[in-house]
Design a protein around this ligand. Structure first.
Ligand code: KG4
Length: 336
């Protein structure tokens, strides 16, 4: 599909975002984060998220149009994150997008949130084209996908339990770090020490590439309990660094092993956890040594934003009718 100017909406979790895109070009990208409010509760409160989306979405749309220097008449299509995510939050974006597309008389393009995260790389790297291997790591998902075309994906590995971001967030919360834990943990982490804090190397039965993170999260919680029972202080920056190192090693090893096995020479990182400083550095070093090309999104496009949704929408093949409904769960390879 090749719509010229797309207005894109993202509201799958705790960021309300609207962007104007043209192909891979971002004309405006407005994000209103609710993080400060959810911080009070140590995690996202779905009811609050939906209400804040409903309050913010109209003004953000006006703002995105004006920041792009266009008028509503210039909009050729409306794109919206339709799945997966918090259902109440998604419904705000989907229903607003339906009304907007109908009133403007333009097509509505449903976009899978994770396809959007992958497309964040197209913004930063105009030369990047499928096929490539993508490590997609966010708060709710951790997979390695073979991206055979812009709308064709094959999952080659996945987490058997927690997502990498979830492991970081829950372990960080147990360490007393503020929400979103993954971000804080990455900021305060210093030097890992596996002798002081022996974290296991998780083993997944019957798969060389799948990962498991819940055991690591439990190991961190047990270390903290044991220290507490002995009345000893935890060196949080060292424990944070030890966990960060272990998670980065696991993700890097599976990705590189799969790249070697499939013969795919281009490796791409995507999703919120792709902002992790150690994961980026480790991937950079290994890809350089092994002769793979590596891409990751600019930091401002790692987290949830609507620019990535607009960019992916330009490659999507299907438009939706006014009966489009949001879905809390959906595979990246499914069609709406
Ligand atoms: O992709 P994302 O913004 O939202 C989802 O679609 O899930 O990912 C959010 C996740 C959270 O778990 C957050 O803690 C994690 O990404 N994250 C990080 C970093 N920045 C965000 N985890 C580790 N290091 C970071 N620098």
């Amino acid at each position: 599909m090749n719509f010229k100017t797309i207005l894109a909406i993202e509201s799958s979790c705790d960021e309300t975002a609207v962007a104007i895109t043209r192909g891979r070009q971002v004309l405006s990208n407005i994000v209103a984060s609710q993080v400060e409010e959810h911080k009070l509760y140590g995690g996202v409160v779905p009811e609050i998220a939906s209400r804040r989306h409903a309050e913010a979405i109209y003004a953000l749309t006006e703002q995105a149009i004006s920041a792009a220097g266009i008028t509503k008449k210039d909009i050729d299509a409306v794109a919206v994150t339709t799945a997966p995510g918090l259902i109440g939050a998604l419904l705000v974006g989907v229903n607003f997008a339906k009304g907007l597309a109908m009133s403007l008389g333009v097509p509505l393009i449903p976009v899978h949130h994770l396809r959007g995260h992958i497309a964040a790389n197209y913004i930063t790297a105009p030369e990047l084209k499928p096929p490539f291997l993508c490590l997609l790591v966010s708060g709710g998902n951790s997979v390695i996908a073979k991206v055979t075309d812009y709308t064709q994906f094959e999952i080659l590995a996945r987490t058997r339990d927690d997502a990498a971001g979830e492991c970081f967030d829950k372990a960080a919360r147990a360490m007393g770090l503020s929400y979103p834990g993954g971000v804080t943990l990455d900021k305060i982490a210093t030097t890992p020490d596996f002798n002081k804090y022996p974290l296991p190397v998780p083993h997944v039965e019957d798969s060389k590439y799948d990962f498991s993170f819940s055991g690591l999260k439990t190991a961190v919680i047990n270390i903290l309990h044991n220290l507490d029972q002995k009345g000893e202080q935890c060196d949080v920056p060292v424990l944070a660094a030890t966990l960060r190192r272990r998670v980065s090693e696991i993700l890097t090893k599976s990705t590189i092993d799969l790249a070697k096995e499939t013969g795919i020479k281009t490796v791409v990182l995507a999703g919120g956890v792709s902002a992790n400083s150690e994961l980026r550095q480790m991937m950079k070093d290994v890809c350089q040594n092994e002769g793979f090309s590596l891409y990751y999104p600019e930091l401002c496009y790692c987290g949830d934003n609507a620019a990535m949704i607009g960019v992916q929408a330009a490659y999507e093949k299907a438009t939706a009718s006014s009966s489009l409904n949001a879905r809390a769960t959906m595979g990246i390879d499914e069609v709406f």
